[in-house]
Design a protein around this ligand. Sequence first.
Ligand code: GAR
Length: 187
Amino acid sequence: TTKIAVFASGSGSNFQAIQEAIAHGEVNANIELVITDNPGAFVVTRANNFGIPVLELAPKTYENKAAYEAKIIEYLKEKDVEWVVLAGYMRLVGENLLAAYENRIINIHPSLLPSFPGKDAIGQAMAHGVKVTGVTVHYVDAGMDTGTIIAQGAVDVIEGDREGTEARVHTLEHALYTSTLKQLFEQ
Ligand code: GAR
């Protein structure tokens, strides 16, 4: 059983999908810790509901990114975390954390990378008028949504239907992230 930490900044629907897949025996992992850079985010409520420890850290209260991530690394080591799973964590990972978990940090992004990296990828795709967008799971490197791609899936964009497109993207995210984690932690 692989010990993982999930990092999230917002709602945490991907966190919840992962935890449910673990609870159903589909993914051979255990979420030791949820870390958020956004104290009070809804992911905190979700983690509490599952009884999973949550660390709420406000980056602004640290001198710099290195100090913020040093605190994170300390908690990850204390919990013997082996893999870091980013799920809506809206922040670049710094060099110390990357070095501590080399090739052991993955992310999900709501577009077919390398198209539409960064924030509001679904809005970017719709504004561009693409007919197909999707979801990417990838290894994390120092860039913004630039690491080696592990898995992708496509979603049709219906013009003017942001809500429906968003809903289909999120549904695919939950399925693609859990199936990717299942494979990664099987070996
Ligand atoms: C997800 O759509 C995730 O792919 C995206 O944030 C959302 C978080 O939703 N991440 C990024 O855009 C990263 N660049 P959630 O909090 O409900 O899981």
